[in-house]
Design a protein around this ligand. Structure first.
Ligand SMILES: C[S@@+](CC[C@H](N)C(=O)[O-])C[C@H]1O[C@@H](n2cnc3c(N)ncnc32)[C@H](O)[C@@H]1O
Ligand SMILES: [Zn+2]
Length: 268
């Protein structure tokens, strides 16, 4: 398990001092201790996970769906914008699917996955040998040293620009993936799923002002052939899992339409 690769990036969520790892326990000089779970992740949340954190069922559905390769174009696009990274942090990493895909393409890099869901963190702990996984809340502040990440990834997950900027090295990159308006449109229509707010991209760019400069934006548009099982996973893995929705018996051709936005932390 990869926690030892990234332990030196972490700080104590209680007192902010650096953490070191010894025999599966992270500890700071003050004496705060955080045990590595049997599944490999460490809980640095310091409290119970919020009720709306992804459940075990949602995470399992996400792992099955992503394992089907349906979102590979996103992995490829991320890799297309990254050059020789050493330390990568993914916030709201879920199962660690994207970070693992980036680590595969960059043999000298190590990765830290953070997510507020302990079930997601368990999966991410096993996603790649050079990946460590911690439970942490992006809103509350990441338990990560300042200025250590060459690349921060945030794929369909909550963003905290000030925190992302703080943990980035000067000149480091933030790669954000957001859904465009037509993303999964046919599935939304057939299944009565939640819609997408259409001002997401402008809101994203506005939210980064002062923390990052925008350097690249790319639409990624492809077609998914989803059978009934994949559609069921698609419903189950997202926010729709909390809502009533109808079922499908047949497969469906579905548009995938997302935006990769790349930001740079100013060097000076
Ligand atoms: C739509 S999923 C995306 C997961 C992953 N990036 C992917 O695309 O497969 C959103 C993720 O954000 C996590 N999340 C939600 N609120 C969070 C928070 N405040 N801090 C950290 N992670 C959070 C959820 O647990 C979930 O894993
Ligand atoms: Zn401490």
């Amino acid at each position: 398990m990869g926690l030892e690769h990234v332990a030196d990036l972490l700080v104590c969520p209680t007192c902010g001092q650096r953490l070191t790892i010894e025999e599966r326990t992270l500890g700071c000089r003050t004496g705060h201790r955080f045990d590595q779970a049997r599944q490999g992740h460490v809980n640095l949340l310091g409290r119970a996970a919020p009720a709306n954190a992804d459940s075990a069922e949602m995470v399992a559905a996400r792992a099955r769906f992503l394992g089907g390769g349906h979102y590979q174009p996103i992995v490829d696009a991320l890799n297309g914008r990254i050059r020789a990274p050493r330390r990568i942090v993914e916030a709201g990493a879920g199962t660690g699917h994207y970070l693992a895909g980036v680590l595969d393409a960059h043999p000298d890099a190590v990765g830290l996955a953070t997510d507020v869901s302990p079930f997601a963190a368990r999966r991410a702990a096993k996603a790649h040998p050079r990946m460590g996984s911690v439970v942490a809340d992006t809103w509350a502040g990441l338990p990560v040293r300042s200025g250590v990440a060459d690349v921060v990834l945030c794929v369909f997950a909550p963003r905290n620009p000030a925190e992302f900027s703080r943990i980035c090295v000067p000149g480091g990159l933030l790669l954000v993936v957001t859904p465009n308006e037509g993303h999964l449109a046919q599935a939304r229509e057939q299944l009565g799923l939640l819609g997408i707010q259409d001002d997401k991209l402008s809101r994203l760019n506005r939210s980064m002002v002062g923390a990052f400069e925008a350097v690249w934006s790319q639409r990624i548009h492809w077609t998914l052939q989803l059978d009934a099982a994949a559609l069921a996973d698609l419903v189950q893995m997202g926010p729709n899992a909390f809502h009533e929705h109808s079922r499908v018996e047949d497969g469906l051709e579905v548009d995938a339409d997302v935006q990769l936005s790349v930001f740079r932390r100013p060097a000076g």
